[in-house]
Structure formats: structure tokens, C-alpha cells
Design a protein around this ligand. Structure first.
Ligand SMILES: Nc1ncnc2c1ncn2[C@@H]1O[C@H](COP(=O)(O)OP(=O)(O)OP(=O)(O)O)[C@@H](O)[C@H]1O
Ligand SMILES: O=P(O)(O)OC[C@H]1O[C@H](OP(=O)(O)OP(=O)(O)O)[C@H](O)[C@@H]1O
Ligand SMILES: [Mg+2]
Length: 281
């Protein structure tokens, strides 16, 4: 039985369960359920705090889990990224009152509040900056106003929380984070884990790409397929009308309308776009 950890609440929870559902797994309907069997897929799901997931996986109690890259690194657990999942994106950054610090080196001798002490202590140590790390559970933006810290290090998504607290970012992001599938460092690859990884990758590709079909005069096809090279090579099929061919290729979803406009200008007609609901490549 494959044992998988899934965030039980917080920013990553719904998107993680939604993605697993798209992969054909059972997911809970009641938020209080903490363990769920999916016998059809030989899988058992454990709904845990996202911060704890790398710890369970690193200790070998669970085979894989979904958590944030920032939480994985902060945990210091012997777990590693198997696949980035394309949701739950954020940056992790330092912030301070305007004019009080311009770069990380300015934090020397100051207090840095964070709920990611492992990540921050390592980042400061790697740069040879000696600062005091103050561990808080959340809402760290308020720590400067209340005099508990001079600087904070936290997840920044829209930046609204920072602005409202009168803080501004300092230096480059410490980290770009997103949801990731993790396993114990160096764990032997197993067929069950590989199958889950392939399913997740299939859903990601199905989300990122559309299928584009169009007809074009045979002598123009070489130019047209430069716009739609597909992942490997587009399918080109003859049409009954011998002067024309039909082309089918995967196109990045965000490029859909630009590619359609450019294809039209190069003489393509009958351009159709279809969602991909699942794939294995
Ligand atoms: N806007 C956001 N706010 C907070 N976390 C976010 C955001 N966007 C993505 N994330 C990611 O979600 C994860 C944090 O999850 P979560 O919010 O559940 O943790 P938490 O703040 O410790 O828990 P909670 O706020 O529920 O007590 C991190 O990997 C973080 O990068
Ligand atoms: O840049 P923004 O879009 O404003 O988002 C970032 C904020 O969201 C998170 O807080 P959360 O709501 O999870 O509360 P917490 O601090 O108690 O974890 C994070 O810790 C920041 O405070
Ligand atoms: Mg939070």
C-alpha cells in the first residue's frame, strides 16, 4: 500500500486534494477525516499539517507527501523534491521598515522574526551574517511594530500584508517556493511512487497545454509548424483535398490566442482548440 501525506489545511490543502482527484484518486469529503483508504489505487492518504509532512516522509513513515518547498527546506528533514507541482507559488523574503536596511548584511546584530527559523538561520549563516532569529508562529509582520524584531522573513504572495504593516522587502528573494512532491532522500524508486509521479505530471501537462488542430495548404505547412512545434513533433495528416493537410500539436495554453492569430495570418483555417483532460507522455 502506497502511503501519501496531503496538507490537511492551509494554502496548499484544497489545491493538493484537487490535483490528486484529477489524478483519479479518492479524496476526503469531510475535512475532519485524517486518514483515507483508496483500495482501488492501492493507496492510503494521511492528512497532516503541511509543516509536518517532510518530517514524516523523511523519517520513512510515509512514502511521499505534498508540501511547500519552503516548508521542506525549513524542516531540515532528510527529504527531497521529486516533482514541482505548479501551484501554491510564493516567494520567501526579508522585509523591514523603509530606510532601515538595504541588504542582508545590514541585519548583523539585529533581530529577525520568522516562522521559518531553519530556513532563515541557514540563509544568514551562508552569508556570514550574525543576527538573532526570533521564532514566531505566524502573523510575523506585526513583530516589528510591537518591537519584538527589526526585520521579518516570511512568505510574500501579493505583498498586501507587508504594505499594510508598513514594511518593504529587502534584498532578493530568499527562495521561490511552490507545492512539491517529496520523498525520503535517496529512497529507492518504487513502481507505486513512479505511478503517482506520472499521474501528477500528466495532470500538470494537461493543465499547461491545449491541443490545437488546423488545416493548411500543403506548401505552407513547414512554415506553420514552426509556430506549433509540439512537444516532440506535430502530427501532419493528408486531407481528402490533396492540396491541404491537417496538423495537430500541443501548444502552451498561455500562447493559445497568439498562436491562433499567427497561424491564421500564415493561411491556416479551421483552427480548433481542445482541452486535454489527462495524458502520459
Ligand atoms: N498567500 C500565501 N500565504 C501563505 N502561504 C502561501 C501563500 N501562497 C502559497 N503559500 C504556501 O503555502 C505553504 C504554507 O501553508 P500554510 O498557510 O498552510 O502554512 P501556515 O501559514 O504555517 O499555516 P496556517 O496559516 O494555516 O496556520 C507554504 O509552502 C507557502 O509558500
Ligand atoms: O503577500 P500576501 O498576499 O499578503 O500573503 C502573504 C501572507 O500570507 C501568509 O499569512 P497567513 O494568512 O497564512 O497567516 P500566518 O502568517 O498566520 O501564517 C503569509 O504568512 C503572509 O503573512
Ligand atoms: Mg499561513
Amino acid at each position: 500500500m502506497l502511503r501519501v501525506a496531503v496538507p490537511n489545511k492551509g494554502s496548499l490543502s484544497e489545491a493538493a486534494s484537487g490535483m490528486l482527484r484529477e489524478c483519479g484518486y479518492r479524496q476526503r469529503s469531510d475535512h475532519r477525516e485524517l486518514v483515507l483508504q483508496d483500495p482501488d489505487n492501492g493507496t492510503e492518504f494521511f492528512f497532516l499539517r503541511p509543516r509536518d509532512i517532510a518530517v514524516y516522509v523523511g523519517a520513512g513513515q510515509l512514502d511521499v507527501g505534498i508540501t511547500g518547498r519552503d516548508l521542506l527546506l525549513d524542516s531540515g528533514a532528510p527529504a527531497e523534491e521529486l516533482l514541482a507541482l505548479g501551484f501554491g507559488g510564493s516567494t520567501f523574503r526579508y522585509a523591514a521598515r523603509p530606510g532601515t536596511a538595504a541588504q542582508v548584511e545590514d541585519f548583523a546584530g539585529r533581530r529577525v522574526a520568522t516562522s521559518y527559523p531553519g530556513l532563515v538561520a541557514k540563509h544568514l549563516a551562508d552569508r556570514g551574517v550574525s543576527a538573532e532569529v526570533v521564532r514566531l508562529d505566524g502573523a510575523v509582520e506585526t513583530a516589528v511594530q510591537l518591537g519584538v524584531a527589526d526585520v521579518i522573513a516570511d512568505v510574500v504572495s501579493t505583498g498586501t500584508t507587508l504594505r499594510q504593516a508598513g514594511l518593504e522587502v529587502v534584498g532578493e528573494p530568499i527562495l521561490h517556493s511552490e507545492a512539491v512532491l517529496v520523498r525520503r532522500t535517496g529512497a529507492e524508486p518504487s513502481p507505486a511512487v513512479e505511478q503517482l509521479r506520472r499521474r501528477l505530471q500528466g495532470v500538470m501537462i494537461a493543465r499547461q497545454y491545449v491541443l490545437m488542430d488546423y488545416d493548411i495548404r500543403a506548401e505552407l505547412v513547414d512554415q506553420a509548424v514552426q509556430l506549433t512545434p509540439g512537444l516532440e513533433s506535430p502530427t501532419v495528416s493528408p486531407l481528402h483535398d490533396r492540396g491541404w493537410v491537417a496538423v495537430r500539436a500541443m501548444v502552451p495554453r498561455r500562447d493559445t490566442n497568439r498562436v491562433m492569430d499567427e497561424l491564421w495570418e500564415r493561411g491556416a483555417r479551421g483552427i480548433l482548440v481542445t482541452d486535454i483532460s489527462a495524458c502520459r507522455l
